[in-house]
Design a protein around this ligand. Structure first.
Ligand code: LRH
Ligand code: MN
Length: 427
């Protein structure tokens, strides 16, 4: 979008006085508690989240899809939309592609276009949960676990091809999510399915460049409704451990049965050095792929409490996780939804950085749950939004991204440019 930098500067001038007041008040309060506000801001500026290329349009459900118009019609337009998000919040510095939904026709052109917006390529995602028009063998009854070795080989070859695309774009990781499973008792030999999946993943693992990672994403159900081969963190961890040092588990927040303690799973995987990354979203019931922090913001805070504990531990054996969103937008403007999700992730991170860890550990060692909760919730109940705004301001972003997005009528301009019926590839 032209002149976005000028629009940001002009809008910031108007909102700066309010910001100075709220940021000034919070900084003094934190400094009095010996919290280094400047290093906090630096951590927030450095924290970049990858936007999924498949979530820039209006998704839908099997019951309907209500397109909002102005959706990106090509990979180039998707990169431009993520570039706009990044200009506004200086926090969306990467895009995660899904193949074949986003095959780059001209890799060099795509690389330089992304670079022109300050964007890198995070993990690339393979897709063996849909049949492509020219595909020889169907994935109806699975892919890497399929009873027919020809189908397994086709799926392995697809993943190796996705690695090649990613490598050409500068990506350093492959995410494998498998719909593989069964919808009826008796349909699947659990043992054979898991063994075939492992052996297929071994072939894909063998195709990884030296400095690459493979993320094994688990999910309890959907589209299969009785069994999923990689159903939970334990199965993902088992496979990642057997595959080797380049293999890790990927935690999609929506891929847990109700009331699962996800923060404990995060702590456990991080302890083993096998937490590869996240697909952030939120959910009330199933894999709802809703705006991050829109349903369970306290759970997100508790997850970041475990993440910060691991990240701040000088002896941690876990590499820096990949921070990625995986959402689908049925009702909201996709770009506003993503701006809200990124804000919610960084709010949880900032609040977790405010936790008095020494005091919390002391309370735990004294078995004082009341004090432990007081310490946690003091951080959770701190309004850190001015810290995030200051981090954006120092990085050249907007103090109020969503207000500016609306004030600048971005969606209207996209509809004029792309039409009210343009549909983007993805979910
Ligand atoms: C599966 C999933 C996976 C993606 C898809 C778009 O539910 O979370 O990460 O490949 O959504
Ligand atoms: Mn996911």
């Amino acid at each position: 979008m032209e002149h976005i930098d000028q629009l940001i500067e002009a809008h910031n001038d108007q909102t700066l006085p309010d910001h100075r007041e709220s940021f000034g008040y919070l900084s003094q309060k934190l400094e009095r508690r010996n919290i280094q506000v400047s290093s906090l801001i630096e951590k927030l500026q450095a924290f970049q989240i990858a936007v999924p290329s498949w979530a820039l349009g209006t998704g839908g459900t099997r019951f309907g899809r209500f397109s909002g118009g102005g959706e990106p019609r090509s990979l180039e337009e998707k990169i431009a939309d993520v570039g706009l998000l990044h200009a506004l919040n200086q926090s969306a510095g990467a895009i995660s592609l899904h193949i074949p939904w986003d095959i780059p026709q001209d890799v060099q052109a795509i690389r330089s276009l992304a670079a022109s917006y300050g964007l890198a390529f995070d993990a690339v995602n393979s897709n063996t949960f849909q049949d492509q028009p020219d595909q020889k063998h169907s994935y109806k009854f699975g892919s890497l676990c399929h009873t027919d070795s020809k189908v397994r080989q086709q799926a392995i070859d697809h993943n190796l091809e996705v690695i090649k695309y990613g490598d050409a774009l500068g990506s350093k990781a492959l995410t494998v999510w498998l719909a593989d499973g069964a919808s009826f008792p008796g349909q699947l030999n659990f043992r054979k399915a898991l063994q075939r999946t492992f052996e297929s993943l071994q072939e894909i693992y063998g195709g990884l460049p030296e400095d690459w990672k493979i993320f094994v994403e688990y999910k309890p159900y959907e589209p299969n409704f009785y069994s999923t081969v990689i159903q939970d963190w334990g199965t993902s961890h088992l496979l990642a451990s057997k595959l080797g040092d380049k293999a890790f588990s990927l935690v999609d927040l929506g891929h847990h049965l109700p009331n699962t303690n996800i923060e404990q799973i995060v702590a456990t995987l991080m302890m083993q050095g096998k937490l590869g990354g996240f697909h952030f979203n939120d959910s009330k019931f199933g894999d709802d792929d809703l705006t991050v922090g829109s349903i369970k913001p306290y759970q997100l805070f508790l997850i970041f409490n475990e993440l910060v504990e691991g990240m701040e531990d000088p002896n941690t054996i876990n590499p820096s996780p990949a921070w990625m969103i995986d959402a689908s937008h049925n009702l909201k403007d996709p770009l506003e939804d993503l701006l809200q999700s990124i804000e919610a992730i960084k709010i949880a991170y900032a609040q977790a950085l405010l936790i008095d860890r020494a005091a919390l550990e002391e309370a735990r060692e004294q078995n004082d749950p009341t004090l432990a909760q007081e310490i946690l919730q003091d951080a959770y109940r701190t309004d850190v939004r001015s810290l995030l705004a200051e981090a954006r301001l120092r990085s050249g972003g907007s103090l109020e991204p969503i207000n500016l997005y609306r004030k600048a009528n971005v969606r209207q301009q996209l509809i004029q440019e792309r039409g009210s019926k343009s549909i983007s590839t993805g979910l």
